[in-house]
Write a protein that binds this ligand. Sequence first.
Ligand code: BG6
Length: 509
Amino acid sequence: MISDWDNPLRDARDRRLPRIAGPSGLVIFGVTGDLSRKKLMPAVYDLANRGMLPPGFSLVGFARRDWEDQDFAQVVHDSVREHARTEFREEVWQQLAEGMRFIPGAFDDDEAFKQLRQTVDELDAARGTSGNYAFYLSVPPKFFPEVVQQLKKHGLADAPEGSWRRAVIEKPFGSDLASARELNAIVHDVFDPEQVFRIDHYLGKETVQNILALRFANQMFEPIWNRSYVDHVQITMAEDIGIGGRAGYYDGIGSARDVIQNHLLQLMALTAMEEPAAFDAASLLTEKLKVLKAVKLPEDLGKHTVRGQYAASWQGGAQVVGYLQEEGIDAGSKTDTYAAVKLNVDNRRWAGVPFYLRTGKRLGRRVTEIAVVFQRAPHSPFDSTATEELGQNAIVIRVQPDEGMTVRFGSKVPGTSMEIRDVTMDFAYGESFTESSPEAYERLILDVLLGDANLFPRHQEVEESWKILDPIEEYWDTHGKPAQYASGSWGPEEADEMLARDGRSWRRP
Ligand code: BG6
């Protein structure tokens, strides 16, 4: 009889078990911010409700508010009632609320950090958190140095024997290569690279993780996923909203730094990378980094990049303000709210296949997708009139909102003549699976507590991504202004012209 340890199936079986965090706690700095209320607090509750947190899990908030523990718990409660995905269950809430503590104080307040240290020790004793703590810096980057230094000074960054300490940081990871390096140096002065978890919430999305499943768990896609068959790739992240109340963050940063540097380049890296040796953080880093390093910018950035700004316009019968009229925006601001860039990946697989990346606010609708567009068939036995309406084959990974995948190909139109037209075949998450997707932050917080770094970009990737973007931003800084586009449109005409010059056109998702 084979013992369980010798059983070859054991490993596979274990990996299918639900992933549950061990004894641990989470400290959130900047707990009064929007991200914390809308995403982090509900995600913690949803994890608890799904049974993925240990019974003694503890949540500590740190902010400059005159709150007691129960005031903090009330704020978490309200945010959970408003934003959680799973149903509210009193018993889950009670258990979680018992582990909530609040530390009032500023980031330079030594007394507050001493109190934090005491609280962590007290929770270890009272709730069995075993010294395992993640510190979530949901604060603007200018506060990073102070917070990490304080954690170091008060002995919170060093894990006691047998336990762990981790730092979770949110973008922006700098605003160019130099500032990103500076930031990384500050964080790494206190935490080892393996202790640092950088959040790119796109990597927490199911559909984004599915890019790798699709490519590497199947046989039918990979043989055609290269320059011999692919004509070009379009990666679109469109939003219908404006900048909302985020003028302070957004102005001077713009759409390319906000999302191309991180989300879109990560999507591109996952789409273009080679198969990793294993599905682990180190192997994924190796492969993604190879893609980012192989990216080559077109020589004429004026022809192959476009930036835009939404103008005041009428949309659906209502007047929508332009970017320059948004509250808090300088009337002469040159910040881009739309950006399109053409990138080449100079390696054997992708030589000559352009990757077009675009993003924008106040576009036609909210949609993120990756479209791999194939070359036309090298030869057609049909009369040219038969294929007049036939487009190019495409595989479209729909990241959101209609999560799934579409394959587009030509099919005979029913009738007595030979006429071929595009049709689509769809896979929709909602139809194929009964399991619900966790929110990206749920998945990522759980991974932090488990120490699973697969879905977190490393500092090398962040720096490589800035190396790609910096010359584009420099070019824009010294060449004119963003083109204007109407709200609800698909961006400036210049973006259409950019693709037309290459004999291609943007998809209208
Ligand atoms: C954030 C950007 O990273 O992603 C925002 O800073 C953007 O500007 C947001 O609105 C979009 O995220 P999602 O998940 O709604 O596509």
